[in-house]
Design a protein around this ligand. Structure first.
Ligand SMILES: C[S@@+](CC[C@H](N)C(=O)[O-])C[C@H]1O[C@@H](n2cnc3c(N)ncnc32)[C@H](O)[C@@H]1O
Length: 337
C-alpha cells in the first residue's frame, strides 16, 4: 500500500490550497444547511477527516464544518451537540505535529485514527460527517500494466493499457473507500470529497495539468536511470502511485454506489497559481519520502533539480494561468439507495 507520503510537509505548501478550501467550504455550508439530517437521538456529532496529513488544511476545514453544523442546530432550536473529530492518515503520518498544533479553544474533542482509509477504521454507524480532501487520488498500489514507469496516455481518443490499469485501480480503491464509509456512517450522514483531477481535454502546447507535471517527473526519473544515477532494477517495478481522474470518471464510481446518493458535484479550478519553484517545492513535499526510501536520500536533490530544469525548458509552465488542473467536489448522502 502506498497511501501517499505520510510525513511530507504539506504545511509549507498549504497556502496554495486555501483558495480551494474557501470555495469548497461554501459548497459544504450550503449542503449542510439544506441536506444534513440532525441526529436527534444523539448528544454528540462526529466528524472524520480521511487523509488529514499534519492538519494545516484540516483544521480550517473542521472549523468551518462545525460552524455550519452549529448553525443548523441553532436554526432548529436544538441544543448544540458535543463535537468529536477523528483525524485519519497512514500510520507513518506525523500525528505528533498534528496534535502539537491543534488550534486552542477549538471546541471539539479529537482522536487519531492511523491506517489505510480503504479499510474500515471506525465503529459502525458512528460518523455524522465524513470529509476527505486531496487524498483519494493516491492509489493502494501501482497497476501491473504501469510498472517500469510506463506513462498512462490516451491516443486518438483510445485509452491505452496503462491508462486502463490506473483507472481500474482508482475505481476499485474509491469503491473500497465508499463501502467502508457506508458501514461507519450513520444513515442520513453527509460526506464531502475533494478529489484532484483533470479536464477531459487540454491543449498541451498552451496548457498543462497535474498529469503534465507527473509526466515530466517520470521523464526525469527515466533520464537519471539512463545516466546510471537510479537503479534500473528498482525502477522496473516502480511507477507514480496516483491517478488524476476526470469528473466523469469520478461520477461513474459514485453512481455505482448503493449506499450513497450524489447530492451535488462541482468542478473547481485548482487554486495552485504557483511559480516553477512553487511546483517543484510542492512535488518535492509530496514525493521526497517515497523517493528517498525507494532510490536513496542522495538522489532526491538530483531528481528535483532535473524536474525544475525540464519545467524551465517548456514556456507553457512559466505562466500559472495555463494550469488547467481541477478539483472535483462531491457531496454524498448516506442513504442505502
Ligand atoms: C495531499 S495530502 C492532503 C492533505 C490534506 N487533506 C489537505 O487537503 O491538504 C494527501 C494525504 O492523504 C494521505 N493518504 C493517502 N492515501 C491514504 C490512505 N490509503 N489512507 C490514509 N491516508 C492516506 C497521505 O498520507 C497524505 O497525508
Amino acid at each position: 500500500m502506498y497511501g501517499g507520503d505520510g510525513n511530507h510537509s504539506y504545511a509549507k505548501n498549504s497556502t496554495y490550497q486555501r483558495g480551494l478550501l474557501d470555495a469548497a467550504t461554501k459548497i459544504i455550508e450550503e449542503e449542510i444547511a439544506t441536506k444534513l439530517e440532525i441526529p436527534t437521538s444523539s448528544k454528540h456529532f462526529c466528524i472524520a477527516d480521511f487523509g488529514c496529513a499534519t492538519g494545516s488544511n484540516s483544521f480550517p476545514a473542521m472549523h468551518a464544518i462545525i460552524k455550519d453544523v452549529k448553525q443548523k442546530y441553532k436554526s432548529a432550536h436544538l441544543k448544540t451537540p458535543e463535537f468529536y473529530v477523528y483525524f485519519n492518515d497512514v500510520v507513518s503520518n506525523d500525528f505528533n505535529t498534528l496534535f502539537s498544533s491543534l488550534p486552542p479553544n477549538r471546541g471539539y474533542e479529537v482522536a487519531a485514527v492511523p491506517g489505510d482509509f480503504h479499510r474500515c477504521l471506525l465503529p459502525p454507524s458512528s460518523i455524522h460527517f465524513a470529509y476527505s480532501s486531496c487524498s483519494l487520488h493516491w492509489l493502494m498500489e501501482v497497476p501491473k500494466a504501469a510498472e517500469g514507469l510506463k506513462s498512462p496516455c490516451r491516443s486518438g481518443g483510445e485509452r491505452e493499457e496503462v491508462y486502463e490499469g490506473y483507472l481500474g485501480q482508482f475505481e476499485r480503491d474509491l469503491e473500497s473507500f465508499l463501502k467502508c464509509r457506508a458501514l461507519e456512517m450513520v444513515e442520513g450522514g453527509i460526506m464531502a470529497l475533494l478529489i484532484p483531477g483533470v479536464p477531459t481535454y487540454w491543449d498541451p502546447q498552451r496548457e498543462f495539468t497535474s498529469v503534465s507535471l507527473a509526466e515530466l517527473l517520470r521523464s526525469s526519473l527515466l533520464d537519471l536511470t539512463k545516466k546510471g544515477r537510479l537503479s534500473e532494477t528498482k525502477l522496473a517495478k516502480f511507477n507514480l502511485p496516483y491517478f488524476f481522474p476526470t469528473p466523469e470518471e469520478v461520477r461513474v464510481v459514485l453512481e455505482k454506489s448503493k449506499s450513497f446518493s450524489i447530492e451535488r458535484m462541482e468542478i473547481l479550478k485548482s487554486a495552485a497559481l504557483l511559480s516553477i519553484d512553487g511546483y517543484v517545492a510542492c512535488f518535492r513535499a509530496a514525493h521526497q519520502n517515497m523517493f528517498s526510501h525507494k532510490f536513496g536520500a542522495e538522489t532526491v536533490d538530483e531528481i528535483f533539480d532535473l524536474l525544475k530544469m525540464k519545467l524551465q525548458t517548456f514556456p507553457v509552465f512559466a505562466n500559472p494561468c495555463n494550469d488547467k488542473s481541477i478539483v472535483v467536489v462531491a457531496i454524498l448522502k448516506h442513504s442505502n439507495v
